[in-house]
Design a protein around this ligand. Sequence first.
Ligand SMILES: C[S@@+](CC[C@H](N)C(=O)[O-])C[C@H]1O[C@@H](n2cnc3c(N)ncnc32)[C@H](O)[C@@H]1O
Length: 272
Amino acid sequence: MDSQRKQAETVKNNKGIQKRVSKKWTEVDENLLLDLREQGKTYPEISKIMNRTTSSLKHKYVRLNQSANDDKHHHPKEKTQQVESLLNGDSLKILETNAGKGNLTQVYKRYGSVLAQDISRESVEYLKSLELDNVEIKQVDSFRKIHKYIYEGRKFDVIDLDPYGLPSRYFPHVFDLIDDGILFVTFPKVGIQQINKITVKHYDVFWGINVSEASEQERIIHEKMADYGFRGLKKVELMDVVDLGRVFRFAYKVKRTSALVLCDLKVKGVNC
Ligand SMILES: C[S@@+](CC[C@H](N)C(=O)[O-])C[C@H]1O[C@@H](n2cnc3c(N)ncnc32)[C@H](O)[C@@H]1O
């Protein structure tokens, strides 16, 4: 498989001498590259983040685009089963921040109205060509757009965050958009991808995860979600986990509540 194929990279050792080494591409690396490109990062910028040459990145990006809607990147079957097992009704308001080519949009539309967003023009054009009822499609940067929705006081019953890379930039703000509903989040596993200093720092700063303690990651992520929810006075409880190998797919129940309840205090008028 391409993701397991070794690619030669020219790197400098600590004496400044260039040598050719093999560097495996994992699926998470591939997803990170796709995500960074979608965010508008240049190849030299990505080269610094991923510690790979620009030519290797370009080559990989072209190959990935040739198989952009492959199931191996999207796991549509497992994600669909999870959504179907947790949703009820037909009048839910649903926000998909990373709709891609609509694998999940077509599932969500059975449960209500869907606002399906993606940054990629090609994906959005494809989504529009499906002519789905009850689906509003927008080509936007969802990281930014959610701030507008918060300002407008919009609320959703279901929000789905399904980026290629880490969903960190949606937090804690995304909780302001749900008062009573479900948040689905795709989360790349620690310990699978090539770890560089930036990734290590990222896991630490956003999630409090020490990458050398990968076994603790799930517990830490759920605790951090609860903390992020608390900032918007939301109780956040894990409902379901699907292990997709390279990534987790978490579903959280989110409910607006008081600081008293969140802090387990029963005395009226006391704030924690
Ligand atoms: C894993 S795919 C989504 C798959 C899709 N949910 C599905 O089930 O088929 C990630 C998507 O996030 C999009 N994306 C990346 N950065 C984005 C951003 N800042 N705002 C909106 N979409 C973004 C990419 O274009 C890509 O289509």
